[in-house]
Ligand binder design. Sequence first.
Ligand code: 2U9
Length: 347
Amino acid sequence: MAAVEAAQDEAALEAARIGALGKKGRLTLLMKELGAMPPELRKERAQELNLLKDRLTEALHMRRADLAEAALAARLASERVDVTLPVRPEPRGSIHPVSQVIDEIGEIFAGMGFNIVEGPDIEEDFYNFTALNIPPEHPARQMHDTFYFNEKADGSRKLLRTHTSPVQVRTMLSEKPPHRIVVPGRTYRCDSDQTHTPMFHQCEGLVIDRHIHMGHLKGALEDFCKAFFELDEVKMRFRPSYFPFTEPSAEVDIGCRRNGAELKIGEGDDWLEILGCGMVHPKVLEYGGLDPEEWQGFAWGIGIDRLAMLKYGIPDLRAFFESDQRWLQHYGFVPTDWPTLAGGLSR
Ligand code: 2U9
């Protein structure tokens, strides 16, 4: 009994058990002697030994339970976890500048009553080219500009959209006018150098209503530029240009001043091209199921990656897609700081 009480672990307890109740244990040996005893002594002796065995077994049980409880308590103490601590020493995740700019643009146009719409990256020729008045011999359709999938048995082949415009076509065909939508997303062109990546981001917009004219286009894009660059006034100029899907078409420059490596946007005597736009071509309206005599509209397209570089002074485009944690920590945004017009787009 003393050995049982003194046992400090499972092994010592087992040794005590074997010492008393094992094959050659002291109690076992005493019980073996019972057979050689005279019957009148044996009964009393057997009762005593059985009682002793019960007490020993009980003591072993109790001690084993105590040891298990102590072991659990020690383990809980050593493995103690404070579940109220933050998951990491510091917050690590950040919002990529491309996502930040998309959120900012969405916020600005949502404030003007636009809906934000998305569509598939893998497109059909009709939505990406034909419906946008881009003829079969147009250079954009060539293999070296567009990523095509393998041809199917019926001769058709899917492609990676070269702009987000097919989403506007899909919207015109599936929803009733008027339309006011902005379409952010990934776009793909077979192009790769210092300033071009095969995958890049665009945000396009489309307005369709009755009596829409170029004044609406200029007003909307001017308001957008002021809001986006967080300025009260922005110098802008609309230069005549050409796109198959708009007529007339324009490219838009904003005034800027270059000071060595520094770039001041909104004022100064230099110009920086930031977007393309125009009145939706009547043929494109027809492809979208609309009567150009009744419905008119304007559209624009803007490159998100370059816009992020301009606004946030990021020098190298290719770093955008390298997923370097140090770069993301440096140029990324705090996830809980959602851009709002009231609270400030960027902080
Ligand atoms: C529909 C009708 C018209 C979209 C437009 C541009 C002008 C444009 C470029 C900007 C920078 C592409 O990323 S970029 O190189 N885009 O200049 N995009 S108008 O016009 C549309 C679209 C859809 C149904």
